[in-house]
Design a protein around this ligand. Sequence first.
Ligand code: HEM
Length: 519
Amino acid sequence: MGFFILSLAFFSLAMVIFLLFLFSRLLFSCWVRPIRAYRKLNKNGFEGPTPSFPLGNIGEMKNGKNINDSSLGSSVVSHDIHATVFPYFARWQEIHGKVFIYWLGTEPFLYIADPEFLKNMSSGVLGKSWGKPIVFKQDREPMFGRGLVMVEGDDWVRHRHVITPAFSPANLKAMASLMVEPTIKMLDKWATLINSGKPEIDVEREITTTAGEIIARTSFGLSYQNGSKVFEKLRAMQITLFNSNRYVGVPFSKWMCPKKNLEAKKLGKEIDHLLLSIIDTRKKTWDGSTQKDLLGLLMEGNHVEGWVGKSITARELVDECKTFFFGGHETTALAITWTLLLLAMHPPWQNQLREEIREVIGDEDQIDFSRLASLKKMGWVMNEVLRLYSPAPNAQRQAREDIKVGDLIIPNGTNMWIDVVAMHHDPAIWGDNVNEFRPERFKDDHLYGGCKHKMGFLPFGFGGRMCVGRNLTMMEYKVVLTLMLTRFSFSLSPNYRHSPSILLSLRPRYGLPLIVQPL
Ligand code: HEM
């Protein structure tokens, strides 16, 4: 009996110590560490909206009323969208300026919409020395895993070194041919719809599906038929992850939607399994010739583990395939979608681009991909669209060392949220016509569009971590738009409701119904 009581007492004591340990760890990570980080930032003079525990400022972000109050969509299309897509940031900017602190749950973030501050902060930091906020890494783990978007330090250098050559101009040219068939298939479907008396088409949905097919082909060589399983699961995972009510940064927030999380995990495992089997089949059937998709190029040039060498493991390759899919297809689809909105509103620009296509590409059925670079006006239009409706509306960083900015110190561990939409719509650096569609601003300054600050135009991010797929996007944009504009003209449907909104990317909340007419 005495022994039993002693054991029970010992067990209870052990439990109490264990619970105390857990509690102190929780207290440290949810309270002590964030408050310390906040104080260090605050010492530099940064302020911000008052947070509450445990949501931080998320309550205000979710409930905040739109400054333009156009959340139900408007029939009037205004490109002055910052206060529509980020009403809370627009409001806080008015009070706290272009650099301030806000809280996602128990994580303080330094908000940055000041290009000069960004330049001073980032100029001395190498790509490999940047981190990504841990809360986002955890949140997006099923999508990106340890792919290039999320890796850091020497691992990032190795991945970037392995991946960059796959996007060489010669390889991109080979990939361009993979883009034509899915696009033609979509355009043929439009022709059938128009012939059957349905000229109103939600082009956003159509283009997103086609861009998904293109990225599946260019990344891992899948046609819609043989790749539809991977493709559908990748889409399903994205929807599962981002259509739920999300509380990034709030402790235990994953437990709020356990079903969704389990579903995403299950899909993640199934996708990994399918991609691993594709890689395995390629290894087994390799005959010395390279398949000209990203996977084939990475496998050939870099000796996948268990095959020739060890530059990149098969597991990492799976994460890169997912990264290309999630990082590459929706962003590109949205660039084309927003372009069609703007061209539908500006018919003279449609005509100018058609004229340029006739001059540069001619009327041939086959596109000579080497001529795409000469579509200059199309390049200006793309830049102007990426400025007004940047598919990637923000960039994120986490400091991995103390960063000196003038007299200030941004402490190691600081999370940063760079508001690209705010900078792209800032009249102080773009002038009074900032919210007008004027592709010609890129005529004489094709890189910065006459922006007064070099860090004011960041559609593909900045520094060493700039988007690795930007040239692939440029190629896809020109191929798809060339094929579209040579067959159809576009005008705005009276059913279109303008409501740009954020679901990871910047998208038209109610799709983009256009009236499509054959030429
Ligand atoms: C319109 C299309 C696209 C836009 C707007 C876009 C935008 C971006 C942005 C803003 C970043 C973050 C850069 C930073 O943090 O400084 C990024 C990174 C990245 N993008 Fe893209 N992207 C596009 C297309 C693509 C495509 C087609 C691919 C691949 C097939 C791709 C793959 C990546 C990867 C792997 C990274 C991580 C680079 C690194 O951290 O080293 N992107 N992209």
